[in-house]
Design a protein around this ligand. Sequence first.
Ligand code: HEC
Ligand code: HEC
Length: 200
Amino acid sequence: MKQKHWLWLMLVAGLVMSMPSAQAADPKELAATVCIACHGPDGNSLAPTFPKIAGQQPGYIEKQLNEFLSGKRKNDVMATFLDKFNKGDVPGLAALYAAQKPAPGTVEDAKLAAAGKKLFDEGNPDSGVPGCMGCHLEKGEGNDRYPRLAGQHQAYTIQQIADFKSGKRSNDKAKVMRSVAERMTEDEMKAVAEYIAGLQ
Ligand code: HEC
Ligand code: HEC
């Protein structure tokens, strides 16, 4: 009898150990139990410092999640949840959020948004800020190389540009966003974020 028990134990242990560590969980369940707390039930966060991720480009979501996991992009809030998912979950999560409908943002200051539109479309030739639409496209929708910005919360957009400028965020390939942000003033960040919030 005793021997039989051992056999069982070894069988079960062997099974557990042979399970791939990066096995994917159901993305819907992960979203509904973990991500929902900050990114909302449909990827449209309510708190302005938590990014909306609904309708974001899937390749960009994958890149960001993998870089949070590897430590290339660091954030104290996201850091507390990094043990809840792994690399294997990333493609499923990216596909799930990319397919969700982005909620429009709210423009609170039309004059500021108009100044932001000029910068977004044309850049600032005096300081060398390039127009954002050159990469993020005309309506800020992005593509498989550049993230969607349209409709994002002002506070989050401002924070990211400021973090690129200070170098706190440094996961952009070839410093592409850092070299844009380092030329921007605080007023330009606020104006362009106001305009971006109103893009759909
Ligand atoms: C406790 C709050 C919290 C939870 C839970 C959370 N996030 Fe986040 N998430 C954040 C914050 C804050 C940021 C912005 C980080 C920064 O400023 O760099 C972020 C950033 C992101 C980004 C990058 C967005 C962008 O536009 O660059 C993605 C993608 C993301 N989270 C997906 C997820 C997924 C998927 C889950 C669930 C597995 C999750 N998050 C759980 C707070 C959270
Ligand atoms: C030469 C191309 C290029 C130009 C021009 C550009 N960006 Fe970007 N931007 C990028 C890339 C690439 C990323 C993604 C970096 C990464 O992989 O994390 C990015 C990321 C961002 C993000 C972070 C998005 C998020 O969800 O976290 C913001 C905000 C942003 N850009 C705003 C702007 C603004 C505003 C302008 C114009 C003043 C601008 N960008 C011009 C290439 C560009």
